[in-house]
Design a protein around this ligand. Sequence first.
Ligand SMILES: Cc1ncc(COP(=O)(O)O)c(C=O)c1O
Length: 426
Amino acid sequence: MSQSTSRRVFLRSLAGVSVAWLAPGAAERGALADVKRAVETLPPDPADAARDELFWSQIRAAYRQSPLFSNMESGFYSPTPEPVLETMCDGARRINETPSFYMRRRQDEERAAVRRELARFVGVGHDEIVVTRNTTESLNTVIHGLELGPDDGVLYCGREYSSMREALEQRAERYGLNLQKIDLPYLPGDPDAIVKAYADAITPATKVILVSHVIYLTGQILPVRAICDMAHARGIEVICDAAHSIGHLEFKIPDLDCDYLGSSLHKWLGAPLGNGLLYVRKNKIPKVWPLLGDSALPKDDIRKLEHLGTLPVHNQLAIAHAIRFHESIGSARKEARLRHLKDSWTQRVIEHPRVGLATPTEPERSCAIATVTVDGIDSHEVARRLYDEHRVFTVAVPQGVRIAPNLHATKSDVDRLVEGLLAIAG
Ligand SMILES: Cc1ncc(COP(=O)(O)O)c(C=O)c1O
């Protein structure tokens, strides 16, 4: 969707609801106008725009980041752009002025508007999505909420995120569940090999597959759509862990065709900390039990899955502003820039004989995140030295050192990372 079309759709989506609070705050208005002007100067091809350091330095200005080190660890949580953060703080003050009145009379309408806006952004019905606090909450809701018997099989690989593996293990220990854990071949040469690895592991007991869209350890993008097609042909449902996808990759949830999906909006979308989403395909909603008891809403109402009690609504409302900031740049441009950031360090270190990559470099198989190794040096030691000696913050994972720059990373951050890695490699 073009920039202007998506903006028109956004404005249309606001028509008809009372959304004065959704209007950008003063700082946000200024920032959006600046981004809009700057976008007009960009070359049309996102891959070319990705190299326009002047443009990206203007985007960088929207983030307040510590000058003490280069932050290359956006895989955990990414900063929220300042204009969005300020609008959120204004929202907190506004709600605080009329506390219980707001909660009793206003919050339902405003949260519903955010849900509609988020649904539009990810391309699903507003009655198929709820806002959660994070992926862990979203996918625990599904993992504990599905009606599965002790012999029913859930197929997943050892590279799924620990919280989901633990949720499955707890359910198995408590109620019984047939855990079908596979070792995904490491860096298989072609995505068909990954689909085949799942297909080969299916047994007559398999009812559900749990699969990550982006593997957190290496940033590898898995062929989720092909896995869903294969699974659905066998009557198996798919839960997608999309913790790293929303705001990172340009896609809509229906492109994946999964049945359930969870994501963390504080990772790549830039929504304030503690925001996530849960998508459940419409006809599957009645089957999912809420994690926190809800018997008031009809079984086919997805809002039964967001029953959380009193919560910081201003935080949720800021999702709409994070989406607007994201769309002012454009999903395709952002994805291209993130991939360019990764390419611009990996291409400079990969020729070194002691440096290895644990991440495929083909554009469709990775984006911002890549994991690097230095032969003969433990990854924790590499990460420690990157920080202590070069002031570059990263994280060690079993496969190497995970590097995850976001839009706030500049060329000098990338240069510092490359110099640090090459110095450590010797
Ligand atoms: C693949 C994956 N799934 C789930 C999570 C959990 O995300 P959150 O802590 O936001 O719930 C993470 C966190 O890094 C992750 O990488």
